[in-house]
Design a protein around this ligand. Sequence first.
Ligand code: ZN
Length: 185
Amino acid sequence: MRHRSIPGSSGRPRPMRLLGDPVLREPCRDVTAFDAGLRELIEDMFATMYAANGVGLAANQIGVPLRVFVYDCPDDEDRRHLGHIVNPRLVTADGELVRGPEGCLSLPGIEAGTPRHDRAVVTGVTYDGAPVEVTGTGFFARCLQHECDHLDGGLYTDHLAGLRRRRALRAARRAPWAGRDRAAS
Ligand code: ZN
């Protein structure tokens, strides 16, 4: 997911994994060690997300197959939502199904009208194991569903059908970053 303005971060950006990298297609494991390494991962995820002008980032997008995502994302009322969730579960996705523009830092430069529920609730824990529940509507609900998909090995293109899907996958195959695995899934 992409963003317009960029706050600072104390982490270190790590290389972004792109479509075709198998780590994006494997379900991530639950975090079991709530240690300094986890805090460093979260800081680096924020740094990577901001460096790429993103509004959300899942850990497997930087090659770490653990259930963690970060976000700094506006909703449709321009309220800012900033945080991270460890071991997230999408417990509710309901409300109207809205088709809206969606992109992904792992498919840079590509966007497609993608159907998503207008409201989403995600539960999980913070870096220190404290329970957290996050409710999103509009564009932020889209972001929550997008990041949860990543941790299950999903991509937003999985939600596309017909011409929209063919167009997006063709653009991905022809993109300057398209790599070894040219059979975009
Ligand atoms: Zn994404």
